[in-house]
Ligand binder design. Structure first.
Ligand code: FES
Length: 214
C-alpha cells in the first residue's frame, strides 16, 4: 500500500496488512522509549496511592529529565495522561497543519481548559510541553505516539510531522493532539486541567486558578 493510499483511507478502509505492519513497528517504538525511561526513576515515587488515584487525586510529574521527542505517561482518574516534549521544529510544523485539521484553534470548548485554547494547546510560558489525555475521541482506544523520524510514519501518512495515530479505525492527531480532517475521531484529544508548580514540575488535575486548593 502506498503512503498516499494510506493517507487517503476512509474510516473502515485501513486494511489488516497495513494495520499489522503498523502495530509491529509501533510496539518497537514504544519499547524503545520505555527502555529510555527505565533509567529515569522519577515518576512512580511521586504518585499518590492507588486509592487516591481512583478518587481523582491530582498527580505530580517531574519533567526535569524529559528530553525532546520523549513521552511519559502517568495515570490520572484511571486515564493515561501523556506529557510530550516538543522541539522548536515541532512547534513550527504545527502552524503548517492548520488547513487540514478539523479544529485547529481548539474551538470546541470542553476539549481543553482556556489556557490551552491555542494551536499549541498548552500554557504560553511552556509551549514545548504538551499534556494530553491519551484516549481517542472516537471510541476510546489509546492512540500511539509516532515521531516524524519513525520509519513507520511514512507508511501511515504522507508528510507526517509526528503526532498520534489510533489504529482502531485510523484517526490521526498532530503533536498538539489536534484531529485531522477525514478521520473518524470527531474532536481533538482532551487536555486535562494542569498547572506548573515550577518549570520542571507539573500537577495534573488542578488548574492554576485553584492551585491553592492542592
Ligand atoms: S477509537 Fe476509533 S479511531 Fe480511535
Amino acid at each position: 500500500m502506498s503512503a498516499e493510499s494510506v493517507t487517503n483511507l476512509g474510516t473502515e478502509e485501513l486494511d489488516d496488512k497495513a494495520r499489522r505492519r503498523f502495530l509491529i513497528a509501533a510496539t518497537t517504538v514504544v519499547g524503545g522509549v520505555g527502555a529510555g525511561f527505565a533509567s529515569v526513576p522519577f515518576i512512580l515515587s511521586m504518585q499518590p496511592s492507588a486509592k487516591a488515584r481512583a478518587a481523582g487525586a491530582p498527580v505530580e510529574i517531574d519533567i526535569s529529565k524529559l528530553e525532546e521527542g520523549q513521552k511519559i505517561t502517568v495515570e490520572w482518574r484511571g486515564k493515561p495522561v501523556w506529557v510530550v516534549k516538543r522541539s522548536q521544529k515541532n512547534l513550527a510544523d504545527l502552524a503548517s497543519l492548520n488547513g487540514i485539521l478539523r479544529d485547529p484553534d481548539s474551538a470546541v470548548e470542553e476539549q481543553q481548559p482556556a489556557y490551552a485554547k491555542n494551536q499549541y494547546r498548552c500554557y504560553s510560558e511552556h509551549p514545548e510541553i504538551l499534556v494530553v489525555i491519551g484516549i481517542c475521541t472516537h471510541l476510546g482506544c489509546s492512540p500511539t505516539y509516532i515521531t516524524e523520524e519513525d520509519p513507520s510514519a511514512k507508511t501511515l501518512r504522507e508528510n507526517w510531522k509526528g503526532g498520534f495515530f489510533c489504529p482502531c479505525h485510523g484517526s490521526f492527531f498532530d503533536l498538539a493532539g489536534r484531529v485531522f480532517q477525514g478521520v473518524p475521531a470527531p474532536t481533538n484529544l482532551v487536555v486535562p486541567p494542569h498547572t506548573y508548580l515550577s518549570d520542571t514540575r507539573i500537577i495534573v488535575g488542578i488548574d492554576s486558578s485553584d492551585k491553592g486548593a492542592a
